[in-house]
Design a protein around this ligand. Structure first.
Ligand code: OKV
Ligand code: MN
Length: 249
């Protein structure tokens, strides 16, 4: 049986009910049977602040996560580039533990390093500048000091701008930089790296170790996409598709 499950880039939003159902069934059918679940970023299409917890859609997701935690599963959270504003209010309501990046941990006898993946996309200079700005505590405090509805409007405006510029697709599939990956293996001594963000699910062999890239999810189109990784108690990582079918290495 699995020692831990890893998932990222579900991009949950009320406007994509198929993806929501797919993820909720993953939680109920698979996550509840695993001792640990690592949520590795961009679970939400966007997160405007923990004061959104009482809105119906976030409340539904929080309740589902809480049910997994109450079933005895240890839940861990790494923020992504869309839900980096998740903080202690969300963590307490969901019953999960916030982690800092890079997270290094030994599980099933393997040394793992976990990152969302956007920080390793160092060739995208514009994005890295934006990331550095919005990760500043002072910037976040000023942003969060605005009313929730205004924050949502700002984020929606950014999304609209990206769509208009046709940037989201091309930029979000920009890949991680191999030197940044090698440096992360070297500095952490990890044997296995797990990340998402790039929407390029794969298994890569590096000098430092194996790199598993998580898929993004889409349960609203005919070609259903998604899936997770499961680290077995034997220390072997296995890949599964959105319906829980194993993917061969
Ligand atoms: C997604 C990417 C645009 C890459 C902003 C808080 C902030 C969320 C957001 C805004 C942008 C996602 C949600 C988008 C990915 C891009 C350009 C490049 C490399 C905030 C929470 F800043 F206001 F606090 N965002 N959008 N890119 O347009 O969908 O991944 S997005
Ligand atoms: Mn991402």
């Amino acid at each position: 049986e699995a020692a831990a499950l890893f998932v990222s880039d579900v991009h949950l939003q009320a406007a994509m009910p198929g993806t929501v159902e797919l993820f909720l069934s993953f939680l109920d059918q698979h996550a509840k049977r695993s001792p640990r679940l690592y949520l590795m970023g961009d679970l939400f299409e966007y997160w405007a602040g923990d004061d959104d917890l009482s809105s119906p859609f976030p409340a539904r997701i929080v309740a589902a996560l809480r049910a997994v935690a109450d079933a005895g599963v240890a839940l861990y959270w790494l923020g992504g580039n869309r839900d980096f504003l998740v903080a202690s209010g969300f963590a307490e309501a969901s019953g999960l533990t916030l982690l800092a990046e890079p997270h290094v941990e030994e599980i099933a006898g393997k040394r793992l390093v976990l990152v969302h993946g956007d920080a390793q996309c160092i060739d995208d200079h514009d994005y890295q500048a934006f990331r550095a700005q919005v990760r500043q505590p002072m910037w976040q405090a000023a942003f969060l000091a605005q009313p929730l509805e205004k924050r949502k409007a700002i984020i929606e405006g950014m999304r609209e701008g990206s769509r208009a510029a046709q940037q989201v697709k091309t930029m979000e599939i920009m890949d991680v930089n191999t030197q940044a990956i090698d440096a992360l293996f070297a500095s952490t001594g990890a044997q296995i790296m797990v990340h998402g963000h790039t929407h390029r699910p794969a298994l890569h062999q590096h000098v430092g170790g194996l790199r598993y890239v998580l898929p993004d999810w889409d349960g609203d189109t005919e070609s259903v996409r998604g899936g997770w990784l499961a680290l077995g108690r034997d220390g072997v990582m296995r890949r599964f598709d959105a319906h829980g079918a194993p993917i061969a290495d």
